[in-house]
Ligand binder design. Structure first.
Ligand SMILES: [Zn+2]
Length: 453
């Protein structure tokens, strides 16, 4: 741990050079005091702690898998009671550790912390209980891509979905909720909680005017904004960008995010938040312009991209979510669920379409040969369509599943984002489970051989 650079030094270096120096999302459960009476425990999510005369104010509790280690790290810095804990939003990597904070208070005979959040957080908790099975399945798929390339220590992340229930019973309900804004005063420290939609509908960011510091929650996360997640509810890219602009307008000199590195210095804040906002605004403007021209989703998806000068910037790399998914989310926000293809308004079953294509091609094998060819040529998007149709037309065809698994392992290897990697790996495993002979080592050897050859 001691060989890792100080988070602020690392941040300064990356922002000033514009060159990534991974990992900058560090799940190390190590605490750093970044200024007097303010500390970060770098985890998934981070927990920020402010020392006041009446006890600690914490921002986020970290996740289910990391909460106890985060509390232990915090206790190496301060044994003061945790007076208040603000949830920046209700995702499990931010609220899942709350049980550990409550248990710690009980052990130390402290008063239970007061939990504060936006009013939509308890609504989210209700939804998580309602859609428990769905959420467990999608999170297993999302984070199941093997060694997600978003940071160190991510195998320990407590994002939900890996246990028997999605949201553990010991997650603390908020004691105080608010709608637009809330002034919090604890032990001489004054914090303004402000609501904005972005990654979620229940997000809070915090303004500490005295220190000119923003606690940004997931509005800043050192990866491309998670505003497009393919398996989850609506996100709000336009309002996300507006919230970043507001953080700039209030005059933030320091931005302390829930993932990634602290951003210190006005110029660096302007660079990172400005570029994040610009990327989202560009996707939104371009998507809206095409929608207003009557374009189909398909056309929009294959046209709208992030401007060249923002590609490769270390704080918006598509390692978690992707711009393409954000475009889809914008279409969903402003349009309906229909993509504009009349055949897909009331479509035939996928298996029926696949059977027609197989009949036209002459055999399932013809599709599989074509899939292999396309994959070797590097057109993995098209190769995936071929293998999907092959198994839909012939679900018991072992060769079809073998080719499908191979193509999806190649696809996974070619992708950068955790979400794509997870979904494509799940597809490969799904086919492997139908014949189930290969060991993981065989599979990796096969993937390596193919991706190198
Ligand atoms: Zn998060």
């Amino acid at each position: 741990m001691s060989d890792l650079p100080h988070p602020v030094e690392l941040s300064d270096r990356v922002i000033d050079s514009g060159v990534a120096e991974p990992p900058h999302n560090r799940v190390i459960d190590a605490l750093t005091e970044v200024e007097d009476d303010v500390a970060i425990v770098e985890s998934f999510s981070h927990c920020w702690a402010l020392r006041t005369d009446e006890g600690l104010v914490c921002v986020d509790s970290s996740g289910t898998g990391t909460g106890a280690d985060v509390v232990a790290a915090l206790r190496g810095w301060s044994t003061d009671p945790v007076h208040t804990l603000v949830y920046t939003h209700g995702h499990l990597d931010h609220v899942g550790g709350s049980g550990a904070f409550v248990a710690d208070a009980a052990d130390r005979k402290h008063r239970r912390p007061t939990f504060v959040s936006h009013e939509a957080v308890p609504v989210r908790f209700d939804r998580y209980r309602l859609t428990d099975g769905w959420n467990r399945i999608i999170n297993r798929r999302q984070f199941g891509g093997i060694r997600p390339n978003i940071g160190v220590g991510t195998q320990r992340i407590g994002v939900g979905g890996l246990g028997a229930v999605f949201m553990p019973d010991d997650v603390a309900q908020p004691d105080i909720t608010y709608r637009e804004s809330l002034d919090l005063e604890v032990g001489g420290r004054r914090l303004e909680l402000r609501h904005a939609r972005g990654e979620t509908d229940d997000h809070t960011w915090i303004w500490d005017a005295e220190r000119r510091t923003v606690y940004a929650g997931d509005f800043v996360c050192w990866v491309f904004p998670n505003a497009g997640n393919p398996q989850k509810v609506q996100r709000y890219p336009v309002e996300w960008a507006a919230a970043l602009r507001e953080m700039l307008d209030v005059g933030a000199d320091r931005v302390y995010p829930a993932h990634g590195l602290p951003i210190v210095g006005r110029r660096r804040v302007e660079t990172v938040l400005g570029e994040m906002a610009e990327a989202l605004e560009h996707l939104a403007d371009a998507t809206l312009a095409m929608m207003n021209d009557g374009a189909r989703l398909d056309e929009i998806l294959h046209t709208v991209t992030v401007p060249d000068h923002l590609v490769g910037r270390p704080w918006i790399e598509p390692l978690y979510d992707e711009p393409e998914f954000v475009v889809r989310n914008l279409y969903r926000l402003w349009g309906g669920w229909w993509d504009g293809d009349p055949a897909r308004l009331k479509p035939a079953a996928d298996a029926a379409v696949a059977a027609e294509v197989v009949a036209l091609a002459g055999s399932v094998e013809a599709l599989l040969d074509r899939a292999e060819e396309l994959a070797e040529e590097g057109d993995l998007r098209l190769a995936c369509h071929m293998v999907e149709m092959a198994v839909q037309a012939a679900p018991d065809h072992e060769g079809a599943h073998r080719t499908r698994a191979r193509v999806y392992w190649m696809r996974r290897a070619a992708e950068r984002s955790l979400m794509s990697k997870g979904i494509f790996a799940a597809a490969a495993r799904e086919s492997e489970a139908t014949y189930g002979e290969e060991t993981p080592r065989d599979r990796m050897r096969d993937v390596l051989r193919r991706s190198m050859g």
